[in-house]
Design a binder for this molecule. Sequence first.
Ligand SMILES: [Zn+2]
Length: 192
Amino acid sequence: MIKLAAKAKLPTLAGKFDIYTFQNEVANENAVIVKGDIQGKEDVPMRIHSECLTGDVFGSERCDCRDQLLKSMVYLGEQPYGLLIYLRQEGRGIGLINKIKAYQLQEEGYDTVEANLKLGLPADKRDYTYAVEVLRYFGIKSVRIMTNNPEKISFLEANGIKVTDRITIKSQFTDYNKFYLLTKKEKMGHQI
Ligand SMILES: [Zn+2]
């Protein structure tokens, strides 16, 4: 389903990576950040990170996205091989405008799940099909996943990717994200 579009070296603060982009019909312009040689490897350390402009780029403390992204990159940088799949599905898939609308509602007292529902949107609209395609492209059948989200694990397993281990990323609590993280834990089953 996906075809390699371009690949280049990507030196970062967390180490030397390669960046892959793939042509595909469904998803946006996603990025795949690869450490070392992952072709056909087993138990590959991996993170699937969904884009969060406010957190990843601007360092917003309303969520823990940037913290998780940086910790995953540092972890991968220390491994002989691994990958990070960066999915351009902003705001758990609802887009930036809707995410900010939901923030507005949260300022009126709704939690992150209630706010999405009030906007007539699902609590989580993310899709990980692209990630499965990427793993298939590299011939990877088993991964060690860095996530707090059990849904990612069941999605991968339902699509023939074995999850042999879960690498815990400890979330940084701040005054602003505490309520958000607790909602994700209580309403979405995240392990925080
Ligand atoms: Zn975020």
